[in-house]
Design a binder for this molecule. Structure first.
Ligand code: ADP
Length: 415
């Protein structure tokens, strides 16, 4: 089955074409046929295409909306220039899988998209006003391009965390706000945490129920999850992705009183302060330089930049603190798993996060840690360490494609 995976933002669409089915999933032989990004939809769009074994290609095309972009993708995939022999016509795409940011409390796993599901995603707009509308536009666009008969699945960022117990998801604010407005911790990056937990299980040849780990997704956005017996039982992002770890441009946890304090001192509205916490804080806010960890590491080493060093230290300290909190909160773990652009590539950041955790039995093996970069997966602690650490590259698109296959074939979602 050829699955088109779509991740639709307000003016950007990321896509992948993945050949997969139940047999390929079981044997881990899914094939990525192509991937690409379309930016600046609404004007002269910038398209980046990556085909297996070829150099990335960049071009532009006038694309007025999501529908035009999806049409462009499929026309390109079917054309000879794409070199995708598996897709010759629209009929060669058998399903579409969408990343949907917010599924509220309603969606606890991936689902086939019906009119009722679409209404459910609309009802969650309140919770993700920037993201869900773009996801809906992508779903509608794909319906228009492929016809209503083509199965489409929705895979939610929040769904994996719907197993959090109430003591972990409720905030200690008046309970009626949860009852009236569903204000609670939802958590995000669920597809990534779920994928690495699944890979970890495969690496260790263990069952879902034996999976007791802490997963750190460290990319531009960062979150950490505690996983017990295969289920997410706590996670650092909250009602929105602003809470928790220090991120590229987000502050993560702060004293909520700071919002009003800044508003008064700087003459800003609450919205402006929230935007500042989302877009101008975190690594870029502390360093005053960049939200990019690779650049910060270079600044710290080459120019000994004090604020770059400080930003990295605050980032690592927060992550270490959360590991400790989750180990205490959920009764320990067998392993800590790093993923995301920083988690997969920045050996120094991993080492700094783990520094001082030897007393917990987490003893990094420096050589193994240095070797795990550029998409490699494996153990980074010494043999016999009481608390192991792994690097496992994430692959959210693959999981979206696999979930889509499971939705279409009726296979169980909890695996
Ligand atoms: P997104 O959350 O947008 O998907 P990524 O998961 O790609 O982002 O992560 C982006 C982050 O990963 C950036 O801060 C980038 O600097 C960092 N990163 C990527 N490669 C490296 C590297 N080799 N060393 C350090 N940081 C890296």
């Amino acid at each position: 089955m050829n699955v088109l995976v779509l991740n639709c933002g307000s003016s950007t669409i990321k896509f992948q074409l993945i050949a997969t089915d139940l047999e390929r999933i079981a044997q881990n032989t899914d094939r990525r046929l192509a991937r690409g990004t379309i930016e600046r939809i609404g004007g002269e769009a910038i398209i980046t295409l990556v085909m297996a074994g070829r150099e990335a290609q960049r071009l532009t095309a006038p694309l007025r909306d999501a529908r035009a972009a999806v049409e462009w993708i499929i026309r390109w995939a079917c054309s000879e220039t794409s070199g995708i022999t598996e897709v010759q016509s629209v009929a060669d795409v058998q399903a579409v899988g969408h990343r949907v940011v917010h599924g509220g409390e309603r969606f606890t796993h991936s689902v086939l998209i019906t009119d009722e599901v679409l209404r459910g995603i609309e009802e969650c707009i309140d919770l993700a006003p920037l993201h869900n509308p773009a996801n809906i536009k992508g779903i509608v666009a794909a319906r228009e391009v492929f016809g209503v008969g083509l199965p489409q699945a929705a895979v939610f960022d929040t769904a994996f965390h719907q197993t959090l117990p109430d003591h972990a998801y409720l905030y200690a604010i008046p309970y009626q706000f949860y009852r009236r407005h569903r204000i609670r911790r939802y958590g995000f990056h669920g597809t990534s945490h779920r994928y690495v937990a699944y890979r970890y299980r495969q690496l260790r040849s263990i069952e879902r129920e034996q999976t007791n780990i802490i997963t750190l997704h460290l990319g531009n956005g960062c979150s950490i999850a505690a996983i017990r017996a295969g289920d997410s039982v706590d996670t650092s992002m909250g009602l929105t992705p602003l809470e928790g770890l220090v991120m590229g441009t987000r502050s993560g946890d702060i004293d909520p009183a700071i919002i009003d304090f800044i508003a008064v001192k700087e003459g800003l509205t609450a919205e402006a302060v929230e935007s500042l916490l989302n877009k101008q804080s975190g690594l870029i806010g502390i360093s005053g330089l960049t939200n990019d960890m690779r650049e910060l590491l270079a600044e710290a080493h080459e120019n000994d930049d004090r604020r770059a060093r400080l930003a990295i230290e605050i980032f690592c300290y927060r992550a270490r603190k959360y590991i400790g909190a989750y180990l205490a909160g959920v009764g320990g773990a067998d392993a800590v798993v790093f993923t995301g652009g920083i988690g997969e590539n920045a050996a120094e950041v991993r080492a700094r996060i783990c520094a001082g955790l030897e007393w917990l039995g987490l003893e990094l093996d420096p050589e193994r840690n240095e070797a795990q970069i550029h998409g490699r997966e494996g153990l980074i602690t010494r043999d016999g360490a009481r608390l192991a650490a792994y690097v496992i590259p994430t692959d959210e698109e693959l999981l979206i494609a696999r979930d889509t296959v499971r939705c279409v074939t009726g296979a169980p979602q909890r695996y």
